[in-house]
Design a protein around this ligand. Structure first.
Ligand code: GAP
Length: 462
């Protein structure tokens, strides 16, 4: 993880947020390469789950919704972590993480899922668990801490103006359900996908971009009639789609992935089945992507709180009912952390990000063999600007060719294109060097764009 964090900062993928002011916990900036990688992952997600499916549509709902939305969804009452503070050094931490870390250091495992505040207090007292920061044992009682960020809108009196930054994108889909079915010809089953920022007042240490205050979610609500077919089959088909997206579209190794089914205690009371797709992060297997069968809970709650009929009428039988929903929900930032970790490799003194070419921030880099030969620079520049019309390309004229190759390998650029004297004087061909095989090939300039486009589409050399 340290190597990835350092590479991410050094090469412009991810920076600590507001660094010139000393930083802000659990917040990050996505730099020039990071924003490209993140956008490529988002595009893959959007294309695979919205554009390429006939049973899916997209949505872009507001970050600030009516505050009643969050009362209806249960977030105001129970979207909370158990928190504890050290009276001596003022460190605040999540009680479950404090207990887990303490037992892990002793080589023991403890299940802290869904324990009550009183149970957390008892475990901490019985074991006299000290503060990990100052070593003292002087805790406040454990208390629940709501994760929703509150803010105010300016035009109404203070008390009535409280609103929340959305804690998940999902609720925007439920509150737009009626408008979506009224404005389209969609019939069940169908899904609505949404990409966008959510906000959670996380008090725990984040493990790089794994857990952040602002997170980019990719959520799908897949609505269906529970009286038609077996919902377990639908659940399994979503498991297959998620697995193939991660292993295929994102090229992640299967041995680093596993499914974990939620126990009865862990599962929300309204969910009939929940499973997490987990990735083997450097700090262990952790949730990457959740899949939950949420029944008709959300639509029923919004119907109750808004008084608006959110039921669906079957166009053939006329039967009215509230659709049920299966929800695959993922954090794009978590996908990006996984992609960087999974593609990182060291080969001798070479560091290579073996990113799938479609995901790489730059598809190719263009170099003049020598920076002080104007005829080489001029032609290389022309090729660079022409390629740039169709794909993200890097330009590098510093140092020697070997260093430029290594520099591009480290950020995952799949192809390097060199313009040399033969290009100008003889064959109008360029040398294309492959990141993974390190083999070089001579390609005519007029065929270069198609060559790169084909290679990227067919997954390059991987
Ligand atoms: N609508 C359901 C929902 O939001 P969740 O398990 O709380 O479920 C879904 O979040 C996904 O969002 C998680 O699987 C994870 O990938 C991502 N996620 C959740 N909290 C996050 C955070 N603080 N930082 C980054 N990603 C987060």
């Amino acid at each position: 993880m340290d190597k990835i964090i350092s590479l991410a900062k050094r090469r412009g993928f991810v920076f600590p947020s507001s660094e010139i002011y000393g930083g802000l916990a659990n917040s990050y900036e996505y730099g020039p390469l990071g924003v490209e990688l993140k956008k490529n992952i988002q595009d893959e997600w959007w294309n695979a789950f919205v554009r390429q499916r006939s049973d899916m549509v997209g949505l872009d709902s507001s970050i600030i919704l009516h505050p009643k939305v969050w009362e209806a969804s249960g977030h105001v009452a129970s979207f909370a972590d158990a928190m504890i503070a050290c009276k001596a050094c003022k460190t605040r931490t999540r009680a479950d993480h404090l207990i887990e870390d303490y037992f892990e250091k002793k080589g023991e495992k403890i299940n802290v899922e869904w324990k009550s505040v009183e149970e957390f207090d008892k475990i901490i007292q019985d074991n006299k668990i000290p503060c990990p920061t100052c070593g003292k044992y002087d805790w406040t009682p454990v208390r629940k801490f709501n994760l929703l960020f509150e803010t105010h809108i300016g035009i109404v009196p203070e008390a009535q103006s409280k609103v929340y930054l959305r804690g998940e994108t999902a609720q925007g889909i439920f509150v737009s359900f009626k408008n979506i079915i009224d404005s389209t010809r969609l019939t069940l089953p169908f899904g609505v996908g949404q990409l966008g920022k959510s906000f959670r007042n996380e008090i725990t240490k984040g493990n790089f971009i794994f857990r952040t205050l602002e997170l980019e979610q990719g959520e799908i609500e897949y609505f269906f009639d529970p009286s038609v077919g077996d919902w377990n089959k639908l659940f399994e088909s979503w498991k297959d789609s998620m697995w193939s997206f991660v292993t295929g579209n994102l090229n992640v190794r299967e041995e680093n992935l596993r499914w974990r089914e939620h126990s009865d205690e862990e599962r929300s009371f309204y969910s009939k089945r929940t499973e997490d797709l987990e990735y083997n992060f450097p700090f262990g297997f952790k949730e990457l992507w959740g899949l939950a069968y949420r029944t008709d809970y959300d639509l029923s709650q919004h119907m109750k709180y808004s008084g608006v009929d959110l039921s669906y009428s079957d166009p053939v039988t006329g039967r009215k009912f509230i659709p049920h929903v299966i929800e695959p929900a993922v954090g794009i930032n978590r996908l990006m952390a996984m992609v960087m970790l999974d593609s990182y490799s060291e080969e001798g003194d070479r560091v290579v990000l073996k990113l799938k070419p479609k995901l790489a921030p730059y598809k190719a880099a263009v170099f003049p063999l020598l920076a002080n030969k104007p005829e080489l620079v001029e032609l290389a520049r022309k090729i660079y600007l022409d390629l740039k019309k169709d794909m993200q390309v890097a330009w590098d004229a510093r140092g020697n060719i070997g260093k430029r190759y290594y520099s591009q390998d480290e950020i995952g650029t799949p192809y390097c294109v060199t313009v040399d004297f033969d290009t100008v004087e003889k064959d109008a061909g360029v040398t294309v060097r492959n990141r993974d095989t390190m083999k070089q090939e001579r390609v005519p300039i007029d065929k270069l764009k198609d060559y790169l486009k084909n290679a990227i589409q067919q997954n390059g050399s991987q």
